[in-house]
Design a protein around this ligand. Structure first.
Ligand SMILES: Cc1cc2nc3c(=O)[nH]c(=O)nc-3n(C[C@H](O)[C@H](O)[C@H](O)COP(=O)(O)OP(=O)(O)OC[C@H]3O[C@@H](n4cnc5c(N)ncnc54)[C@H](O)[C@@H]3O)c2cc1C
Length: 418
């Protein structure tokens, strides 16, 4: 009897959960790997141990009662050869082999530099939300939320529910761009319902942060608004300029990238045989896109293409909404002028914007100014530099994150092969 295909799913967010559960239900031998300690990805972070309602709870229940092998706290750092990935987990380095791989690596926030962005009290919007979900107290804190994208609204709403005083949500996209989303929202009643609580947030369109100030920590936020300059006294600034797909592993595997996301066909197949991708890694689009694409990828990875094809229209609809959101939140060119030559771009290696202006390519900036060579390996400064200077993204190097030599050797050499 033929053995069940071994399917490795990278990422236990909605896309990875959708893929793992769909594939396991069809009899595949599924392993789900994530660097976080618990499943849920970004949106369902911290809910695994709680009695989570709705889709999160349903997926967690299905996972607990499934045969999916969970490998949490394991970061994929290498791709030693076809059909294998090297990870570093709680028990050290290891190499896992697979017949098919589903990449559901999600996205990360894009930060853009402006004077004062490195002050204590200035955080990524999703990062602050993550800290609050992990127990950080924000009751009574005056918070400015700024940048771009629907995540700002989700974060502001969450912070407010935890007792923070959200002073404003400064969305850089102009009002007319946001209004263009209304017909799409009306056609999606469930989304509309979810968006209703956001209407009571103090949102200002066409507004963006120009400077953060304070003695040793954040005290004031300067904003540019359609009605002129505004200064707000604040304890925290939660700031993010949209999301960018996590592409490191896809690039390392040689998957084609199109317009900043993993290129996939209608069955979520990448350009590399046996490798599928789903969720934010194939383009920013929200939780429904992640779930739908994940489910489709899981079915397709088991080889059940006819069943997978039935979900193509739903995936196409969720992708179309994602594209509409992205277009409405396109970053305005004025944001390229926020940083002064003294503003830090690469925080790990202390490289200022001025020190990079003479370079034509990101690779030169790495080699000559060490931009992107530090702890985060360009995860933070890379997308900002691409936006500011128009540089092409740099190729990923193994290991994907800084690793000790002993761990690297272990994550490159096959050990167990079930
Ligand atoms: C910081 C942040 C906060 C967000 N908060 C919200 C919110 O409050 N509300 C909302 O509606 N949407 C939120 N989003 C958007 C939300 O993540 C998407 O809408 C969608 O749910 C993404 O699902 P996904 O499965 O594609 O990715 P994710 O949920 O991001 O899951 C990807 C997973 O892959 C794992 N991973 C990536 N690379 C590796 C690796 N090399 N090794 C091991 N594991 C790896 C990550 O740890 C992560 O758990 C947030 C996004 C970000 C970046």
């Amino acid at each position: 009897m033929a053995r069940a295909p071994r399917i490795l799913v990278l990422g236990a967010g909605p896309a990875g959960l959708g893929a793992a559960l769909a594939a396991e239900a069809l009899g595949a031998d599924v392993t789900l790997v994530d660097a976080l300690p618990e499943p849920g990805g970004q949106i369902w972070r911290g809910l695994w141990r709680k009695d989570a309602p709705g889709k999160a709870g349903a997926h967690f229940h299905a996972l607990r009662t499934s045969g999916v092998v969970l490998r949490m706290g394991c970061r994929i750092v290498t791709a030693p050869g076809p059909g294998s990935l090297g990870l570093i987990g709680p028990h050290g380095p290891e190499v896992l082999s697979y017949d098919r791989l589903v990449l559901a690596s999600g996205a990360r926030e894009r930060f853009l530099p402006f004077p004062g962005w490195t002050l204590p009290g200035v955080l990524g919007a999703g990062a602050l939300q993550g800290l609050v979900k992990g127990g950080l107290e924000v009751r009574g804190k005056r918070v400015v939320v700024a940048g771009s994208g629907p995540l700002l609204l989700a974060v502001a709403s969450h912070l407010r529910s935890q007792g923070a005083r959200v002073l404003t949500v400064a969305e850089q996209a102009p009002n007319r761009a946001l209004v263009s989303l209304i017909p799409g929202l009306l056609a999606r009643p469930k989304l509309l319902l979810q968006a209703l609580p956001f209407l009571s947030l103090p949102t200002q369109a066409g507004a963006w942060v120009t400077r953060a100030e304070g003695e040793g920590r954040l005290e004031r936020v300067h904003l540019n608004t359609p009605k002129g300059a505004r200064v707000l006294e604040a304890d925290l600034l939660a700031c993010g300029f949209g999301l960018v797909p996590n592409l490191d592993l896809a690039r390392l595997l040689g998957c084609a990238i199109h317009e900043g996301a993993v290129a996939v066909d209608e069955l979520q197949r990448t350009s590399v045989a046996g490798v599928f991708a789903a969720g934010e890694s194939t383009g920013i689009g929200g939780v429904d896109k992640a779930l739908t694409e994940g489910h489709l990828a899981g079915l397709a990875a088991t080889g059940l293409e006819d069943e997978a094809r039935r979900h193509i229209p739903a995936a196409a609809r969720s992708r179309a909404w994602g594209r509409a959101l992205e277009a409405a939140h396109a970053l305005r060119p004025e944001l390229r002028g926020l940083a002064t030559p003294e503003t830090m771009l690469c925080r790990c290696e202390d490289v200022s914007v001025g020190a990079l202006q003479s370079f034509a390519r990101g690779r030169d900036a790495r080699l000559h100014a060490r931009c992107g060579m530090g702890r985060c390996q360009g995860r933070t400064c890379g997308p900002a530099a691409e936006f500011l200077f128009g540089w092409a993204p740099g190729g990923p190097n193994q290991p994907l994150v800084p690793t000790t030599f002993a761990d690297l050797v272990g994550a490159l050499s096959p050990t167990e092969q079930p």
